[in-house]
Design a protein around this ligand. Structure first.
Ligand code: C2E
Ligand code: CA
Ligand code: CA
Ligand code: CA
Length: 271
């Protein structure tokens, strides 16, 4: 159609992918802005690997798209980040997590909640103030909230994100480095941003020497450590031997609806 000498590479699958992306973005915008029940939050217990006692949860966003069904978080979070929907979506996840946590703390006073934060959210000047406002509204103490960021956030920190991280630290909110070891954060950055927790990347759960190195680093820096993606009793034993105080994984529990966490806390507080 564009005449001789003009070639374009295009096949049907590219068309389908682009169409899916567009559909997802439009539907996500609708669901985020209307506060529809299609978006929800699942909670995965964080446990003491030695006893199985529940210490808290990590909040994980879920989206059941009308057209495509359950969309993986990696996919819709990326779409939300590219379209500015992440601010509203992130706020909704945080508010939901804090509202449930206020209630869970009446069953388990030391209960902690971890919420993932996108680099894009940290680039908004009002982010720290908004977190503090939500804490005040839900009456959850900042000491019981942990915000998880990836190493890239520390590496690419600018004035705005640094100011947000500083304000949150001063307010008493803990900062965790998620997927630790998969990126390029430096010891200097862990110090500078007063990181409180290292979450060893899931790919290391089968690698005892690396887990030991992360535990030693945590001890040297005075930072707590957590191992993610624990699926077998053998992995659990290794973590107990290495003295990991916290762990998460399918071995104990999958991410689940808030009601299931309430039941767990009412019954045994142990998984
Ligand atoms: P993440 O923060 O590293 O979350 C842990 C992921 O590992 C979750 O995947 C969880 O379901 C999965 N997982 C937990 N235990 C096991 C296990 O034993 N084995 C295996 N194979 N996987 C396990 P999920 O829920 O699909 O989330 C994927 C990623 O999406 C998260 O990785 C996080 O980066 C992002 N994400 C999810 N919710 C949010 C959110 O509210 N905000 C932001 N910014 N990102 C989010
Ligand atoms: Ca996380
Ligand atoms: Ca992780
Ligand atoms: Ca991740």
């Amino acid at each position: 159609a564009r005449g001789r000498g003009h070639t374009e590479l295009f096949d049907e699958s590219m068309g389908r992918d682009a169409q899916r992306h567009l559909d997802l973005e439009n539907q996500l915008r609708h669901d985020v802005e209307s506060g529809s029940g299609a978006l929800s939050v699942a909670f995965q217990p964080v446990v003491d690997p030695a006893s199985g006692h529940v210490l808290g949860v990590e909040a994980l966003a879920r989206w059941n798209c009308e057209r495509y069904g359950a969309v993986p978080p990696e996919e819709f979070i990326a779409i939300a980040e590219d379209s500015d929907l992440i601010h509203t979506l992130g706020r909704t996840v945080l508010r939901t997590a804090l509202e449930h946590t206020a209630w869970w703390q009446s069953l388990h006073p030391a209960f902690e909640v971890a919420v993932n934060v996108s680099p894009v959210q940290l680039q908004r000047p009002g982010f720290a103030a908004e977190v503090q406002r939500l804490l005040a509204q839900t009456r959850v103490s900042p000491q019981h909230l942990c915000l998880e960021v990836t190493e890239g956030v520390l590496l690419e920190a600018n004035e705005v994100s640094s100011a947000n991280l500083r304000a949150l630290h001063e307010a008493g909110v803990e900062l965790a480095v998620d997927d630790f070891g998969s990126g390029y954060s430096s010891l200097a950055q862990l110090r500078r941003f007063q990181v409180g927790k290292l979450k060893a990347d899931r790919s290391f759960v089968t690698d005892a020497p690396i887990l030991r190195a992360v535990a030693d680093l945590g001890a040297a820096l005075g930072v707590r450590v957590l191992a993610e993606g624990v699926e077998t009793a053998e992995q659990q034993r290794a973590l107990v031997e290495l003295g990991y105080p916290q762990a998460q994984g399918y071995l104990w529990a999958r991410p689940q609806p808030a009601d299931a966490i309430t039941d767990l806390l009412r019954s045994r507080q142990q998984v």
